[in-house]
Write a protein that binds this ligand. Sequence first.
Ligand code: A3P
Length: 325
Amino acid sequence: RSKGSPAMAGAQGESNHNGVGDEGFAPKKEGFWVLYQGCWLRPVAVESVKLVQEQFQARPDDVLLVTYPKCGTTWLKALAFTITNRLLHPAAGDDAHPLLARHPQDLVPFLEMPYRQIQHPVAELEELASPRILSTHLPVTLLPPSVSGLGCRVVYLCRNPKDVLVSLWHFINKVNETYTIDKAFELFSKGESSYGPIWEHNLGFWKKSLSESDRVLFLKYDEMMAQPVEHVKMLAEFLRVPFTEEEVSRGVVEDVVHLCSFDKLKSVPVNSSGVSDWIGGVPMENSSFFRAGKVGDWANHLTEEMAKKLDGIVEEKLRGSGLTF
Ligand code: A3P
């Protein structure tokens, strides 16, 4: 069985969508996902997306952290949490900092699915105090209309698709050995991956970030890795809790970067050991979210031919948009 995230859980070789004939569905040939309103989802994810669409009550001051799976969700959650809670929990010198006791994934709830420790139905998000920070893998087309209608802000984090593919493959392959790199490549290149196609996901938020730049902050994993301090400052401003000059001079931004860094988080016992209950009792190793944390690790796993082919597909899909990887 899959240990996957809401996104990954799809790639476990299930073929239980047979007979799904609802509107917006098209049967998938090879057995992992169904196409729901243009987005590949596992059947169980379709159910929870419908629940979000029916039940989620957005608030104007909500901020959504949106990612395609394996683009750095865990990192973004850690950063957003640390930035917004820094008065109560300073990033340095606080032995009681929540990130030292809880997995970053558990500190910011997912919108569309009970996730790890947070087993809420959508309606329970109502109980969270404002301003809420929530997380989702949903493409722009599947977000409840109130999110845009109420002007909720979105932080979108994307990543080079080749690194996403490799990260995804490692993640799923831990629990499903039939998901070979060849298979993963074949499906991913066709756009078939939970919440895919990835280029549609990226493009949807890219366009929003151009047309509604005050509402959508569009970030790239590679750039964040290269310039973490600048990005943490940018994120804090977007979250409306900018660093003061005094904080900057005290090195608070660097403290946030350090606490949320791959090496630091990976070393925290709650992230390096143990298993969490996933969805419906599926076991999930906490360490699965901290693998290599590198830019360009694809080169160790994809052949040159694969890389060239995927680059070509992505370039063609993004052509004319201004978005490049
Ligand atoms: P790799 O598999 O390439 O190492 P997500 O959180 O969306 O599931 O993405 C997981 C990817 O982000 C993994 O990539 C993981 O190692 C990387 N990651 C996790 N925490 C990180 C951090 N603090 N900084 C940078 N990358 C991180």
